[in-house]
Design a protein around this ligand. Sequence first.
Ligand SMILES: CC(C)(COP(=O)(O)OP(=O)(O)OC[C@H]1O[C@@H](n2cnc3c(N)ncnc32)[C@H](O)[C@@H]1OP(=O)(O)O)[C@@H](O)C(=O)NCCC(=O)NCCS
Length: 204
Amino acid sequence: MSAVDFIEQNLHPDGSPACSIVNETAYDERAREALLDRAMGTTRRRKSSEKLRRGRLPSEGLAFVARDANGSVRGTVRLWDIQAGHDAAGKPVRALLLGPLAVDPALKGQGIGAALMQHATAEAGRLGHGAVILVGDPEYYERFGFSGKKTTGLAMPGPVERRRFLALELKPGHLDGAHGLLTPKGRRASHAMRVLPVSLRFSR
Ligand SMILES: CC(C)(COP(=O)(O)OP(=O)(O)OC[C@H]1O[C@@H](n2cnc3c(N)ncnc32)[C@H](O)[C@@H]1OP(=O)(O)O)[C@@H](O)C(=O)NCCC(=O)NCCS
């Protein structure tokens, strides 16, 4: 898939494209982290979900940004490979963890979050994944098909409000009987990439 893959477009009232959902590139890291700090605050790094992401790379082909007409990053979403415990037969259950999802506060309510969600879950399905799990407000995520029905036997590696522990099956029945702890399964970020400051890693 092209790095500049026009999948969804949000249109200004005058019809000009406001944002396109495209695959994230290495050059987007600094802008993405600044956006996340702006939208969610720096305490975001203490969330239980972070334990499933720290030191890992997102699932192959499943990191997206919303880019405005100037090329600036105005939204972000990524999905991460995890194990969602075991099924009733004791077989490991593979799944994706979604997050963080964030949109530039200046552009809230324009459908960018929905476009990111729809694109991310569609791509995850296209790539053959069976389910997506996240921690977030059901009042927002239910519109994309997420619910707490399939997470009742699962646990996060840290505190979580049960009502915010949600899943979406991309293959029907994929999470049937899934029980146990969520654990990280993503590709490890290389040591060199983690110790170098961002400015050295991605300076153009
Ligand atoms: C949540 C977020 C990604 C939504 O992005 P967005 O581009 O504004 O969302 P959309 O335009 O697709 O949808 C807007 C709708 O979602 C609703 N909404 C947004 N956040 C919500 C929430 N936490 N709970 C319930 N509804 C929410 C808005 O009220 C609006 O409702 P309406 O369509 O009835 O007017 C964005 O507000 C954000 O970045 N928030 C801070 C980061 C965050 O909290 N992320 C995790 C969310 S649990």
